[in-house]
Structure formats: C-alpha cells, structure tokens
Design a protein around this ligand. Structure first.
Ligand code: OAD
Length: 253
C-alpha cells in the first residue's frame, strides 16, 4: 500500500467519523504492542509462539498447576505495570471525548486484559476477556482488584481459604454475559465500527464487525497485517494504531 493510498483511506475514515453519531471500536493486543506488551499471534514475538495456551490459559491448566498459571498471569501483570499507554490509546480517549461532548455514542470494546485503555483515560471500556488486575476466588467467588505487584504467593489465597485465579476469560470459558450483550448491542446500533489491532480469529469478538456491517454500519480495520476482515470491510488500512489513530482522531480539525 503506497503512502498516497494510505492517506486516501485515512481521509475516508475521518469522513466516516464526522458523519456518524454512534461509533463502536473493538481493540485487540495490537493496540498495546507499541506500549511494549507482546501480542498473542505475531510470529516470533507473540505469546502463543513461546507458550502453549493449553498449558496456561484454560481452566484445566489452572486445575493441574495453579502455581504455574497464576505466576504466568502475574508476570504479565507486573510487566504491563511498567508499560505506558501509547499514542493509539490516547487518540481513542480523545475520540471518546469528542463524541461524548457532541452527545454522540462512543463504545470502546476491548479484548485486552492489561487496562492500558483505562490508564490512558478511556471511560468504561467493555472488557470482553476480563482483566488480570482482578483476581477471583474459585471457592467463594469474591473478586478483588490487585494493585500490588507481584502477588505474595502462587496461587494467591482468598481469606475464605480458597484459591484465587486471574479474572480473565480462558479458552473454553464463556465471556461475561452482560459485557457481551452490551458489545453486541453497540455493534448492532453503531454507524461506524472500527476493528483495531486484532487478528479477528477469536470468537465471539471476531464476529462483532460482521454484526455491525449486517446492520448497515460502515466498517474499518487498522492492522499492519491482513486479517479475515480485510477483504470485506469498507476500509482496511495497513499500519499501526499508534501511528495512524492520532491523525484519524483529529477528524474535527
Ligand atoms: P492477536 O495476537 O491474535 O492479534 C494481534 C493483531 O495485532 C495482529 O493481527 C497483528 O498484526 C496486529 N498488530 C501488531 N502490532 C500492531 C500495532 N502496532 N498496531 C496495530 N495492530 C498491530 O491478538 P488479539 O486479536 O487481541 O484471548 O487476540 C484475541 C484473543 O486471543 C486475546 O484476547 C487472547 C488471545 O488468546 C484470551 O486470552 C482469552
């Protein structure tokens, strides 16, 4: 894609933003990549290139070796605490502000568990896959936000004596229903859906863009690589979100 083509596509996205009164944005690990947080599926650098998700990110893996799985999530939590939101996160905060000031709808839906959107200043993102900042007791169900890093023991214990697990969604588990319902409604009701920094292979998140398109929304993707969405969305731009979102979010200037 030449720079000229890219600029033309960016111009189209800015036009879509100006025209719509409801935008839904879905983010994936790529949006945190420029903060120094590894993605899952990028060759070489992706977490799933180094680790087997079946050994760490399933209920069975946690039951088999809770110390190993909880240490791995806590290690990611500790590393993310040392990372800062990048210009892509900040551009989304700005967009949300512009939309809300104009009494238009802006829904941020994220698959990321690192809470960098919240640290950047995004309000109420829908966390489809939970977060590793909250840990839940597998006995009494109590959820508690953990601010200190690292945790004192693996697996961490609840005051009831139970074992606590990271508040993320593992392979084979259902997504939090209320959060998914809100995301679904935002996709169905938006005029513009933007899929940012996600490989779009994990369901049900991957289907949200299609739901929006079927309901008549314009659809946009930003990703350095092609994804299963690239061939059918209205605009697919090759590039990073840290580079492109700041320009796109200045749609009103
Ligand atoms: P993936 O690792 O599958 O995909 C990351 C995407 O980000 C890829 O398509 C990259 O091309 C793209 N990317 C890389 N750097 C980027 C950048 N600087 N700017 C924009 N895009 C960039 O991550 P997700 O799609 O988020 O689930 O993965 C979805 C889910 O699979 C995750 O939430 C996680 C994982 O298994 C659970 O743990 C439940």
């Amino acid at each position: 894609m030449s720079e000229e083509e890219r600029q033309a596509l960016i111009g189209m996205i800015r036009g879509f933003l100006r025209e719509t009164d409801a935008v839904a944005v879905l983010t994936g690990a790529g949006v945190s990549a420029e903060s120094g947080i590894p993605t899952f599926r990028d060759a070489q650098t992706g977490l799933w290139a180094k680790y087997d998700p079946m050994e760490l990110a399933t209920p069975q893996a946690f039951a088999r070796d809770p110390a190993l799985a909880s240490r791995w999530y806590d290690e990611r939590r500790r590393k993310s605490a040392d990372c800062e939101p990048n210009p892509g996160h900040l551009a989304l905060v700005r967009l949300q502000g512009e939309f809300e000031a104009a009494e238009k709808r802006f829904t941020l839906i994220t698959q990321n568990v690192d809470r960098l959107h919240q640290r950047a200043g995004s309000r109420d993102p829908l966390e489809l896959h939970g977060t590793f900042w909250v840990w839940r007791c597998t006995s009494c169900g109590e959820e508690r936000e953990e601010r200190t890093v690292p945790l004192p023991e693996y697996p961490p214990r609840c005051h009831c004596g139970g074992t606590r697990r990271p508040g993320v969604v593992w392979f084979g588990e259902a997504l939090p229903e209320a959060v998914l319902t809100k995301a679904w409604r935002a996709a169905e009701g938006c005029g513009l859906f933007m899929s940012l920094g996600t490989s779009s292979v994990v369901e049900p998140a991957a289907s949200l863009c299609r739901i929006a398109a079927d309901a008549g929304a314009k659809t946009v993707e930003i990703n350095p690589q092609e994804t299963p969405l690239s061939s059918w969305v209205d605009v697919s731009v090759r590039g990073t979100t840290g580079e492109l979102l700041p320009t796109i979010s200045s749609a009103w200037e």
